[in-house]
Design a protein around this ligand. Sequence first.
Ligand code: BMA
Length: 332
Amino acid sequence: MARMLPELKSSKVITRYKGGTPILSKENIPYEAECIFNAGVTKYQGRYVMVFRNDFQYDGRGAFKKCVMGIAFSQDGISWEVQDKPFLTVEDMDDPDVTRVYDPRLTVIEDKCYMCFAVDTRHGLRGGIAVTEDFRKVEVLSLTLPDNRNMVLFPEKINGKYVRLERPMPVYSRGGRDRFDIWTSASPDLKYWGESRLLMGVEDVPYANDKIGPGAPPIKTDAGWLTLFHGVDIDRTRGKNGWEASWQKRYCAGVMLLDLENPSRIVGMYKEPLIAPETEYEVEGGFRTNVIFPGGLILEEDGTVKIYYGASDTVECLATARVEELIRLCGA
Ligand code: BMA
């Protein structure tokens, strides 16, 4: 039985945009849309780019029949111009085994924009890496073996190799339940991955008793690679929280700092959540309440960071902080 955790609070160093008002939701989408969340966000060629998840056509039993990834651009990272067609759909994958694509994370490396994303198939959950330069043509470079669907890329090669954080899902060997950890792997070409090492176990995160996973792709600071992850706790006494008959998990955003030369070494980690579900959009009314799912972290020239996160699997929100405060939280 998982140990039950107390009420959790967000760190004082973060400020929610307009008290937690979403920056993107279904009202902003010019095609069929219901839940807009878990976006990847980056700055590319002088503007902000967001690829977001859109789940629609609820089946009344805890799942959506359809899911596509939409795309939006912005000059300030706050107001978005949503393009009139989705960016990537199941049909674009050209593989009859694929049933769903979702949870995008964007990283710019050497002038190209890469996207990690989750790929459900009839034979397991896979993680895709795709590349684009114009947000029209997308090339899928690699897909993991199942089950491993949650990944983010570092924005530059380290010691001559591309590096990713990833979160395989070893159920059989971890007691037959969620007990999932974050790993690092390296690649010469973004296709062939190896040198895999455990980065952080779920047991290392005091506010998680279920699983952890990479969140926002790392940003480079003098103190190390700063990155956000999610930490999940489960409480079997939680009942109906959202649209489903029972939703017993809670997702918080966490922050850690990794060694610049050896990113499979943790320099520091904040032992409490950076963002815990607290506001109306985070704890009430959404599809699955109490979910904070960070997917974008942007460092501005003035030392502010923008943190993009999906709230309650229903809307996309924004919080800001000072980069030095996040580094301080990590104990560095
Ligand atoms: C995870 C993923 C996320 C989602 C979260 C909470 O397993 O499916 O996309 O936000 O669950 O429902």
